[in-house]
Ligand binder design. Structure first.
Ligand code: T3D
Length: 265
């Protein structure tokens, strides 16, 4: 057992990290300790020259129920809590680090996701969810607004009406509906979770990592760029990919009519 981690499980194999949120009794709600654990895992992965991907999921019947509300016990009369602090210290850096990771971050939503748990899933590059999962913008139920990037990701993924309805009234959105809306990539049968996760792991471990990283960078840049700027960026990234071993291998494999063997370099 890796004693550096108390509220997550972390492993790293074939250049692919795996973070499992691990507080199943409280649906993997997020504590200060869990944030610190994830920071340690990200520190490790960011330092790996062979990083090829990250998979994020939860243990037990939930993915993540957002902020652990027991860490928000009522304060003595007259004292007020500054909620912006936890967002600034924990959630915002986490979301930005997942976005900046130079490899795909794939989320497997294994059960209910609520509050910042939904924001965390949507901070990942690609989201799979099991059929029984649901996404709940639970924030307004406790008098808060969606945070950890949730107001932006929902809007970008599903449009204003759906983002507004889900966020104002906190009605659960089932995984099949989430797929239909484009909130997530794929809804999979519950019993296929482990097999799908393994096949995504294998795919990340054998993929053209630098092409994946460039694709991720370009897709995120696209919403802020003019078409001309975006094509400039594509050209710059394509130039660097044209110098990689994986491009040479991809071309060789095409000519030799075989599957490419990418090394991520
Ligand atoms: O505070 C700040 O820093 C600002 C930032 C806020 C970010 C946020 O995420 S705010 C939103 C916080 N999350 C929520 O409000 C969701 C709360 N949870 C729920 O509404 C429900 O648990 C679910 C709809 C997610 C699932 O319902 P259900 O019926 O399937 O499960 P349950 O029985 O409610 O929960 C199971 C256990 O997990 C239960 O504990 P128990 O009774 O078995 O001892 C429950 O209390 C615990 N749990 C669920 N969510 C949380 C939690 N414990 C602590 N914090 C939670 N967020």
């Amino acid at each position: 057992m890796d004693t550096r981690y108390q509220h997550i499980l972390f492993s790293y194999e074939d250049g692919v990290g795996r973070i499992v949120l691990n507080r199943p009794d409280s649906l993997n709600s997020m504590t200060e300790t869990m944030h610190a654990d994830i920071r340690t895992a990200l520190d490790f992965m960011e330092a790996q020259a062979d990083l090829r991907g990250l998979i994020l999921t939860g243990s037990g019947r939930g993915f993540c129920a957002g902020q652990d509300l027991t860490e928000r016990a009522p304060l003595p009369p007259g004292e007020k809590r500054d909620l912006s602090r936890g967002l600034k210290d924990n959630y915002a850096p986490l979301v930005l680090r997942l976005r900046a990771l130079p490899a795909p971050v794939v989320c497997f939503v294994n059960g209910v996701a609520a509050g910042a748990g939904v924001s965390l899933a949507l901070a990942c590059d690609l989201v799979y969810a099991v059929q029984s999962a649901r996404f709940i913008q639970a924030f307004t139920r406790i008098g808060l607004l969606p945070d950890a990037g949730g107001t932006q990701t929902w809007l970008q993924l599903v449009g204003r009406q759906r983002a507004m309805g889900a966020s104002l009234f906190a009605e659960p959105v089932s995984a099949p509906l989430a797929e239909q809306w484009g909130l997530i990539w794929k809804c999979i049968p519950d019993e296929m979770l482990e097999d799908t996760l393994q096949s995504v792991h294998a795919r990340l471990a054998s993929g053209p990592t630098r092409a994946y990283a460039a694709t991720k960078q370009a897709l995120y840049a696209a919403s802020n760029n003019t078409l001309a700027d975006q094509m400039e960026l594509e050209g710059m990234l394509q130039k660097s990919l044209g110098l990689t071993d994986d491009y040479l291998e991809g071309m060789r494999a095409f000519a030799e009519k075989r599957a490419p063997h990418f090394t991520g370099r």
